[in-house]
Design a protein around this ligand. Structure first.
Ligand SMILES: [Fe+2]
Ligand SMILES: [Fe+2]
Length: 472
């Protein structure tokens, strides 16, 4: 898509821009040095425009592009270009388009504006634009940073994941509304939704897991069903299940709590402790679910594995959960998987007043420290391995002082504490719209040390960051 341009051609324009800006700051406008630097800038721009039919400068994360060609930052001009990039960034400018003949007075307005610090409180790009308008600057056009250079593939995967997610929620809603009205579960629609989840997970697991951060829907039980389906299919795929088994697992996960539709919402949504009678009702949802899945319409035979998983998902490894069983048995594989994925989803999306939702890495920590009697520890390890210590959508502070959002586990499965991170704020606290994605296993060739490591995770609310903006 983009290439690194041979040195000198595009950097020339950018260094000329920076030099002119600097001289304007240091000398009065009528000074000869200013005149020379503006003339040099003018010539450089004109030359590029003549040769390439126009001139556009883009800033995307730490990269700069001139006419879609990435500018190679050499040591010699690194400081200059980094300074220019920073001043554009402080004014919220991600794009500059230049006409072949920019007037001298237009350059002066633009460059002296760039040298100033934006007024606090005001939207920097807007104020800058206003300044240009007031001075009749028409040959220099500016714009906000765009997602153009953040990797189109990723944008597409996230788009596809979002559509799959919306489709699944819709399908689950229709099926469950039908059940509430006394209809049997229509298998076809749910089947299509689950297959889409399976295919999407197989194609790009990270983008599908990013959807867990979406909170646009108010119905928690629907979100829980879809989230547990996504997590379970992802874990199944990690364990090497084939498509057919993934489908069965996803179907089981989507309906693991279907029995709850028979329990009054006043009981389900109760914010205080349940009394004995209420608790008895809630603890019957696995039995109800089992019976309801018998009635599924559209399959040749009842979905036995889903029925079993629904019945067993609260049983616990040591059978101390519910429903109580008298005879010795082993909790089935699907139920053991769902027990883990549903506890994770419950932890990250708790919505009642008694408990606050925990950050993803905290939910992982709780699972790792869980008692061996509750969850299958082999599966817990596999789950942690798949999600990483810092799952997708965790906001982290790096030892460089930068702030980042985890966008994918590291492709190297050994590096579970070193995910792929999108930088969202630089070390001086400057927000970056769509910063570059960094691989935390990257090492400095001179010292052999990691370039970046996670110092700790942090609460997105404290920084006013909506992590869904970066992964969903
Ligand atoms: Fe349940
Ligand atoms: Fe559940």
């Amino acid at each position: 898509m983009t290439t690194v341009q041979e040195h000198g051609v595009s950097t020339g324009v950018l260094t000329a821009m920076y030099n002119a800006q600097k001289t304007l700051q240091l000398y009065p406008i009528e000074n000869e040095i200013v005149g020379r630097s503006l003339k040099d800038l003018h010539d450089q721009v004109e030359r590029v425009c003549e040769r390439e039919g126009g001139l556009a400068v883009w800033v995307a994360g730490n990269y700069m592009f001139v006419n879609d060609v990435q500018v190679r930052l050499d040591l010699a001009d690194y400081a200059v270009l980094a300074a220019l990039r920073e001043s554009l960034r402080t004014h919220g400018i991600g794009r500059i388009e230049l006409a072949p003949k920019v007037r001298r007075d237009e350059w002066i307005v633009f460059l002296s504006g760039l040298a100033e610090t934006p007024r606090p409180g005001a939207e920097p790009l807007e104020s800058f634009q206003r300044r240009l308008n007031e001075a009749d600057v028409s040959s220099i056009k500016i714009g906000a940073p765009t997602a153009l250079f953040t990797g189109e593939e990723n944008v597409e995967a996230v788009e596809a994941a979002r559509r799959t997610y919306a489709y699944s929620v819709k399908a689950a809603r229709e099926v469950m509304n039908g059940v509430v009205l006394g209809k049997a579960i229509g298998a076809r629609r749910a089947e299509r939704a689950v297959l889409r989840v399976v295919d999407q997970v197989m194609q790009d697991r990270a983008s599908m897991l990013g959807m867990l951060t979406l909170r646009d829907y108010d119905d928690h039980s629907l979100l829980h069903a879809v989230n547990v389906a996504i997590l379970s299919v992802a874990l199944g795929e990690h364990l090497g299940f084939g498509r057919k088994h993934l489908f069965e697992l996803g179907f089981a996960a989507l309906f693991h709590d279907i029995g709850k539709v028979l329990i009054p919402t006043t009981v389900l949504n109760k914010q205080s402790w349940l009394n004995e009678e209420e608790w008895r009702m809630v603890s019957q949802h696995p039995d109800f679910g089992l019976l309801m899945l018998f009635e599924v319409e559209g399959f040749e035979e009842p979905p036995y594995r889903a029925m079993l998983a629904t019945y067993e998902h609260h049983m616990k490894i040591d059978l101390t959960g519910y429903p109580r069983v008298i005879r010795r048995r082993r909790q089935g594989l699907f139920a053991r998987i769902i027990a883990i994925t549903e506890s994770y989803d419950t932890a990250i999306s708790r919505h009642n007043k008694r408990y606050k939702a925990c950050p993803p890495d905290e939910a992982i920590r709780q699972l790792r420290e869980s008692e061996t009697s509750s969850y299958d520890q082999v599966l817990v390890r596999a789950f942690v391995n798949m999600m990483g210590i810092f799952p997708v959508s965790t906001l982290v502070i790096l030892d460089t002082g930068e702030l980042g959002v985890v966008v994918a586990p590291n492709p190297n499965p050994e590096a579970i504490g070193r995910p792929m991170v999108r930088i969202v704020a630089s070390s001086d606290g400057t927000r970056i719209g769509d910063g570059p994605i960094r691989d935390l296993t990257e090492t400095d060739p001179d010292t052999g040390r990691f370039v970046r490591s996670i110092a700790r995770s942090t609460d997105p609310e404290r920084y006013g960051i909506n992590v869904a903006d970066f992964v969903a």
